[in-house]
Structure formats: structure tokens, C-alpha cells
Design a protein around this ligand. Sequence first.
Ligand code: ARG
Ligand code: MN
Ligand code: MN
Length: 324
Amino acid sequence: MTAAPSIQPKFLTSRHDLGVVAVGFSGGQPKAGVDAAPIALIEAGLIDQLKEELEYNVSFDGQVHNYAEMLPSEDPDHRGMKRPKFVSAVTREVSEQVYSHAKDGKLVLTLGGDHSIAIGTISGTARAVRERLGRDIAVIWVDAHADINTPETSDSGNIHGMPVAFLTGLATEENEETFGWLKDHHRLSLKKLVYIGLRDIDSGEKKILREHGIKAFSMHDIDRHGIGKVMDMALGWIGSDTPIHLSFDVDALDPMWAPSTGTPVRGGLTLREGDFIAECVAETGSLIALDLVEVNPSLDQEGAAETVRAGCSIVRCALGDTLL
Ligand SMILES: NC(=[NH2+])NCCC[C@H](N)C(=O)O
Ligand SMILES: [Mn+2]
Ligand SMILES: [Mn+2]
């Protein structure tokens, strides 16, 4: 039996209030099955643990949204993007759901879904925090990938490789139906973005990271300095007076710990390093939102239970489970 976390939240109304959004969405990439992740995580007991062991008052409508009714009748490629209208409509809806929790000062946990859903989650918290506290948020993006392709630099056309470009305004669109709904109040500053765990970055993305001087700690940096020093540097860059949204792609972990994911890359974080990142963010008291994405139980089925377990572990650590 674990005792409740001892975190002192700096930007939330209460230590105990948690909004959960379950996004069973796979339209940002081509592989089916990532939409089943929220159910798998919930069936593994995640939400019950948050209620019973970590003593959160969980607001959750009990629904895993699959957004099938939002599927547009036609959705042709646009600037090379696949399913642009569908992803735009779903992320817009997710943005509203996350916003409605965050505007009340609740911590928000979103269970994905592929990483395109971060267009919704981060825009939702950015807007709520601006309205509620008059501040900008920071984002810690833990991932093997940078997901900062613009439609033009992307080789795949998969929108789960583009969320950061849309959130930061590197990619923009006029049409409301294809991300034109993203306004300034939804956006994230490139200076408030920190990456951890990168090891598979497209050449166009490398150029973007360099040209904009984006703060990024690759696996190379983690090998060189150790995860402890990297977390000190990452959190030092953000500073102690900024609310943090943690967006955790399970493929940041080595496939040894999280094999069931759409774009696995070898040479990743150990589960302990992933948990440590989450614990360090929890310890700051600045966490306002957490995404866990890209768990796909139908890939590498022998590894699915392991991957789900790893995902649950990351979430519990970020919510304070392992802090004294
Ligand atoms: N969220 C992810 N797993 N993203 C993988 C992106 C892979 C590649 N960079 C692309 O643009 O398609
Ligand atoms: Mn990834
Ligand atoms: Mn990702």
C-alpha cells in the first residue's frame, strides 16, 4: 500500500483533483491498435490505483472516446498530410476537453492514442493556463522522435510526426477544418520546449532544431551526463516558476521495456530512466498535465502487457507515487 504523494502543487487548485481524458485515436499514423491503449491501461488498473492508492479525486466520464462519428466523408491529403480533417477535428475536440479540466485548476491526464493528440492536449492547457494564471506553459517532450516536422519536411505525411510544428506555429493553416482553429492562445513558445530521449530525427527536423536553438537532450547526452544531470539541466532551462506539461511517448523507452509501439527505436531509455524523468517532474510541483501516448497493444503482442505496465509506471511516477 502506497501512501498519497507529498507533492506541493504550485499551479493547481488542489493536490487531489485529476481530470482524465481517454483518447482512443489512431488517425495520426497508419497502424491500427493504438486506439485500444486507453482501455488496456485502464484494465491494467491505472485509474483505480490513482484513486485508491494515490488518493486522487478523479473526474473521468468513463468513456474512451474513439471519435468515429467525426470521420469526415472525404478527407484528401493536404500539403502531404494524411487524414488532415479527421486529425484536426479530433484534436480540436480533445483541446476543449483538456481545457475544461485545466481551467478549473485540475491536473489533466490524457491517455492516447497516437502522438498527434498532443495538438489537442497542449493547446488546451496552454489556453487554460493563460486565462487562469496569465502565464505561458513549458513542455517536456519525452520521445525517441522530435515530432516537429512541418507538412513540407515530413517524409511520411503522418501527423503524429508534426504536432510540435503546429503547436509552436512553425506550421500554420488558415482553414479551420485543417488546424486553422489553432490560435495564438493555444500556442507554445519554442523557448519553453525541452526534448529528452531523442535518437531518430529526420534531416528536416534537425535543421529546425538547430535553426531555432531548441533545447534537446538526446540519448547521447544522457549517456554522456547521466539522467540525473540531464534532468537538472532540463528543469533548470524551464525554471521553477513555469507550469509544466509532460508529453511522454512510450517509444522513448527502449523496445526492451516498451516493444508494443508503432515506431520503436533501439537504444532508448531504461524503464528506470523513464520513471526517473517522471519523478523529477513530479518533484517540481509544477506539473499541470501529462500525456501518455503511442502504446499499441496489438503490435508485438507478447510484449503488450510489458508495454502497458511500463506506461502505468510512468504515469504513477509522474503523479507522485514513488516520492517519499
Ligand atoms: N509520435 C511518433 N511516434 N512519431 C514518429 C514520427 C516518425 C517520423 N519522424 C515521421 O515524421 O513520420
Ligand atoms: Mn516517438
Ligand atoms: Mn512522439
